[in-house]
Design a protein around this ligand. Structure first.
Ligand code: CTP
Ligand code: CA
Length: 229
């Protein structure tokens, strides 16, 4: 990792951030994917760097520019992301901002499939991927583990309830909840997030992704400091 600054609330800390979206191969030229650009994860990585941390950005098919001064590790599939995160799970802070494919194709074709081989109405058999956030949160002696949840729920109380349930299910320390829709969240410039811990909302930030990322990193820095006291 690129060495962090000597000052700042995360000076001397190591931070690993996953960003982007994983792709699951169908055949050598096709995949199942999602619309996550990685902009939020990249902004978190930049904010952590500015806070003095030594940062590794694990980018899954990043569409956003990786920030300078952070180490970039590129992955494509969920299995590759899983290995990259487990290798670095000893970091002081682990942030899962990547949109992880919930399913992968069970039998990936070794050669490019043709319509003749697919037929008129093909079906793909999918299998569920492991939950990386839950796995990382379950490790012994781990650092602070932070997840993200992008939800389309419009009702605010229901949105926060979904977030609280997801946080509990995964066993993470913090969950960043944001609402997404056709014109919200994905690639959009402005965003609003709430950061939850097991007791409720601990931070509320809105605006451009860069300033929201700074607010999230401030919350992370406070928690990291409190843990090592
Ligand atoms: N996540 C993960 N591994 C998965 C799925 C999700 O690590 N297989 C992480 C994401 O990186 C994110 C958090 O879990 O930090 C929440 O992702 P989300 O898709 O909201 O969670 P799911 O458990 O997949 O819930 P849903 O069924 O609503 O998609
Ligand atoms: Ca999911």
């Amino acid at each position: 990792a690129v060495a962090g600054r000597r000052s700042g609330p995360l000076a001397g800390r190591t931070v690993v951030v996953s960003a982007g979206g994983t792709r699951e191969p169908i055949d050598p030229v096709r995949y199942l994917g999602n619309r996550s650009s990685g902009a939020m994860g990249a902004a978190i990585a930049a904010a952590a760097r500015d806070a003095g941390a030594s940062v590794v950005l694990v980018g899954a098919n990043l569409q956003a520019a990786p920030p300078a001064g952070v180490e970039l590790v590129e992955v494509e599939t969920t299995e590759q992301l899983r290995s990259a995160m487990h290798e670095r799970a000893g970091a002081d802070v682990v942030v899962m901002a990547a949109a992880v494919a919930d399913y992968r194709v069970e039998a990936v074709a070794e050669a490019k499939r043709s319509k003749a081989s697919w037929g008129e109405r093909p079906t793909l058999e999918l299998v569920q991927n492991p939950d990386l956030l839950a796995e990382l949160a379950a490790l012994q002696g781990r650092g602070l583990v932070v997840g993200f949840a992008a939800e389309t729920e419009q009702d605010d109380d229901a949105l926060l309830a979904l977030g609280a349930a997801k946080l509990a299910r995964k066993g993470a320390d913090l969950l960043v909840v944001n609402r997404v829709g056709h014109d919200e969240g994905f690639g959009a410039v402005d965003t609003r997030v709430r950061v939850l811990d097991a007791h409720g909302v601990v931070a509320d930030a809105a605006g451009p992704k860069t300033s929201v990322a700074r607010a999230i990193v401030e919350t992370i820095a406070r928690r990291t400091a409190a843990r090592s006291e």
